[in-house]
Write a protein that binds this ligand. Structure first.
Ligand code: FDA
Length: 311
């Protein structure tokens, strides 16, 4: 019941400004966000690597409204990728990649936003290639799906290892999985985190049914499925498909968000699975954090208390 209002609040610039400026919110947010700085991101990546976990780093930001902001985000990615290389001695460049939201690098800017985002994404891919790692392009609301998949297709011409995210709640996704399950493709399958109309998206149990059908397509295909879910039923379905399709443990991976089911993350890694943690960092945490609240409104009480706290 609270999901839709929370997702609507996630798009409110006013609430975002109040929340991001309040120093009382940060401790609550830090359950889901590695910290403000690149050093925080690299420290958490090293800690996760020491525990046998892979990482994908997300420099927080979305709905960028200026070319300068887009440039700032591209530079942050170039810098953190170079940072991973600097600590290659500890093996981080092969333990960590980056995830990028195209709206953070200009996709929605009027006029030539798509070109700005494509140019920025190319630079991020070049920086990743230089240190020997990969980039996955996040998926945002359904109005951006065609544009995002188009940009991924362009990037893949030069960087065939670029990954895409597909959202099982969209009616179109099973067909997209068929289209994209070819050799070399890296597809991260998630349920989907945005407020979408019934005309384009499933709801309730139908999302899980769709997730299972999409998993079957991806595991039966020739690409590298990335199973992004904390749901034990989805994880069990993926494990049984991996056995059925005789997939080797390095031909797929599980992924979860930083701070959510950390014990299960470690248990999957200990059982010999590739397990990657999505680690956001930076100051523009509001949209990301509100989507986490919408997934589990029980988190909301803690957050509201921190917003109003005088201590
Ligand atoms: P579900 O929401 O049913 O959760 C299953 C269980 O996990 C819950 O019962 C609870 O125990 C735990 N859990 C889940 N969310 C929680 C939370 N917020 N707080 C505490 N516990 C929680 N979406 C998108 O639209 N575009 C994208 O690009 C991405 N990218 C992405 C990357 C990765 C690596 C992951 C794991 C997820 C995404 N998502 C995403 C988010 C995704 O679409 C979805 O909203 C969440 O993963 C929650 O769905 P689950 O499959 O985990 O199931």
């Amino acid at each position: 019941m609270l999901r839709q209002p929370l997702l609507a609040a996630a798009r409110s610039p006013r609430l975002r400004s109040v929340a991001e400026k309040s120093r009382f919110t940060r401790p609550v947010v830090n359950r889901f966000v590695a910290g403000s700085t690149e050093d925080d991101a690299l420290r958490v990546t090293a800690d996760l690597a020491a525990a046998g976990l892979l990482t994908t780093l997300d420099f927080l930001g979305e709905d960028t409204t200026s070319v300068e902001q887009a440039e700032h985000t591209v530079r942050a990615y170039e810098s953190v990728l170079a940072g991973l290389a600097d600590v290659t001695g500890t093996g981080l460049a092969d333990r960590a990649e980056v995830s990028v939201k195209l709206s953070a690098i200009g996709q929605a800017l009027p006029g030539d936003g798509e070109r700005i985002a494509l140019d920025g994404a190319r630079r991020i891919c070049q920086a990743a290639e230089k240190v020997g790692t990969t980039v996955t392009i996040d998926m945002e609301d359904h109005t951006t799906t065609d544009s995002t998949l188009g940009i991924v297709a362009e990037l893949r011409q030069d960087f065939p290892w670029v990954g895409a995210v597909l959202q099982a709640y969209l009616h179109r996704t099973e067909a997209d999985c068929r289209e994209l399950a070819g050799p070399g493709s890296r597809i991260r399958l998630c349920k989907g985190a945005y407020a979408e109309p019934e005309s384009v998206a499933f709801s309730g149990d139908a999302v899980e049914d769709s997730y299972r059908r999409c998993l079957a397509v991806l595991f039966g295909g020739q690409g590298y499925p990335m199973v992004a879910s904390h749901d034990p039923a989805m994880i069990a379905a993926a494990r049984s498909l991996a056995v059925q399709q005789q997939r080797s443990p390095d031909s797929y991976e599980f992924q979860m968000l930083y701070g959510i089911r950390p014990d299960e993350q470690r248990a999957l890694a200990a059982a010999g699975h590739r397990m990657r943690v999505y680690v956001p960092y930076g100051d523009e945490w509001y949209g990301y954090f509100m989507r986490r609240l919408a997934e589990r409104p029980a988190n909301l009480a803690f957050f509201l208390r921190s917003l109003t706290s005088k201590k």
